[in-house]
Ligand binder design. Structure first.
Ligand SMILES: *Cc1c(COP(=O)(O)O)cnc(C)c1O
Length: 391
């Protein structure tokens, strides 16, 4: 079946007793046993709970994996995955990384003796030279956030396999609608489902998908033991969002393409980072391994003094810290999402004080362009005249 149909039908044929088309929220932590030695398949909700199970089965199928695990946030999903590793283990990680992942590795995992080296994961020579005997996994984000760097998943997974190194892909920005890393050789996929999968800026959630029996069993143990699981209400809300994922992603891509093309020719903008643009260095790989583009991109203004007035003057676009929802949000990565990353690394990858990130929603593109045009014009006036413009 095609992915649009799988998405629309999540949970719709899973409730045999009443035939409920919207799978119910089973708000129960305990489940009665028919008799000693028997179980309905549900015992205690941390281990397994009905609404969450429907969601977990859905994401496993969507990502072509063997098992799915729903967690209370994307970070909880990453922590659950990192608990797979032991003291002395080493990870190779994308250089341009989500700030929270970097913080989890450096402030927490490092204290438990799990170390990480940050490299451009599209450079196989860099992967090879950072590999140690103790390297157990490579963690990639593609596209990266915020600079939209693309890594060839198939090439990295093939490289990793020869050394028994696991390939973990953070697929938050593309979702299984546009990119399925396990089909390209990855072992584990992780999502901040808070973003496009949920899609409405209203639910915090993380998902893990594993490939292979042993890995899936181990992840089930970690998921249950750590206990950072997703509750039934949020599982339901996430499934409700996922049903429209295909439609939303198509509109996000259409809008982001139009707006990135508009900014590309704007005199106040120096760079636009969006893989859909043919000028983007990762354009060809992205086209080969994904069926479309995400709705988020970044751009640099020519003068850092534009930043503050732009953020003050956007109206339809909210100055807020997230991505992937139906409402457009603008973020200033250097002080928000990527503040946890040391300035030296931020500079190296290009997350500087002129960079803005735009998560393009599903509003009409004309309105979004008009909002940006007005904010840029007011910013220009303020910078030229040296005074704040009040409307
Ligand atoms: C937001 C995000 C995370 C963290 O997810 P939360 O749901 O906020 O805990 C991890 N990776 C990426 C790429 C993200 O955008």
């Amino acid at each position: 079946m095609k992915i649009e149909s799988l998405l629309a039908q999540i949970g719709s044929q899973s409730e045999p007793v009443t035939g409920a088309v919207s799978f119910p929220v089973y708000q129960s932590t305990a489940f009665r046993h028919p008799k000693l030695g028997q179980s309905t398949g549900f015992d205690y909700a941390r281990t397994k709970s009905p609404t969450r199970t429907v969601l977990e089965d859905a994401i496993a199928e969507l990502e072509s994996g063997d098992a799915g695990f729903a967690c209370s946030s994307g970070m909880a999903a990453l922590q659950t995955i990192f608990a797979y590793f032991s003291q002395g283990d080493h990870l190779i990680v994308s250089l341009d990384l989500y700030g929270g992942t970097y913080r989890l590795l450096e402030d927490i995992m490092a204290r438990f003796g799990v170390s990480a080296t940050y490299v451009d994961t599209n450079d196989l020579a860099a992967l090879e030279s950072s590999r140690r005997e103790s390297t157990k996994a490579v963690l990639i984000e593609t596209p990266t956030n915020p600079l939209m760097m693309i890594t060839d998943i198939e090439a990295v997974a093939a490289w990793a396999k020869q050394y028994n190194i696991l390939t973990i892909v953070d697929n938050t920005l593309l979702t299984p609608f546009l990119q399925r890393p396990i089909e390209l050789g990855a072992d584990i996929v992780i999502h901040s489902a808070t973003k496009y999968l949920g899609g409405h800026n209203d639910v915090l959630a993380g998902l893990i998908v594993t490939k292979g029996e042993e890995l899936s069993e181990r992840m089930a143990l970690l998921h249950n033991s750590i206990g950072a699981v997703l509750g039934p209400q949020d599982s339901w809300l996430l499934m409700r969002g996922m049903k429209t994922l295909a439609l939303r992603m198509e509109r996000h891509e259409y809008n982001a393409t139009r707006i990135s093309n508009y900014l590309l020719t704007h005199p106040a903008i120096s760079d636009v980072y969006y893989p859909a643009l043919e000028t983007h260095p990762g354009h060809d790989i992205q086209k080969r391994q994904s069926s479309g583009n995400t709705g988020i991109f970044s751009f640099k203004v020519k003068d850092a003094r534009y930043i503050e007035p732009i953020l003050r003057h956007v109206k339809l676009i909210a100055f807020a810290e997230s991505l992937g929802g139906v409402e457009s949000l603008m973020t200033y990565p250097a002080v928000q999402t990527h503040a946890a990353i040391p300035e030296e690394i931020r500079r190296q990858v290009g997350v500087d004080d002129r960079l803005l990130r735009l998560s393009v929603g599903i509003e009409h593109a004309d309105d979004l362009i008009a909002d940006l045009a007005a904010a840029l014009e007011l910013a220009k006036q303020e910078v030229e005249e040296g005074v704040a413009v009040h409307e």
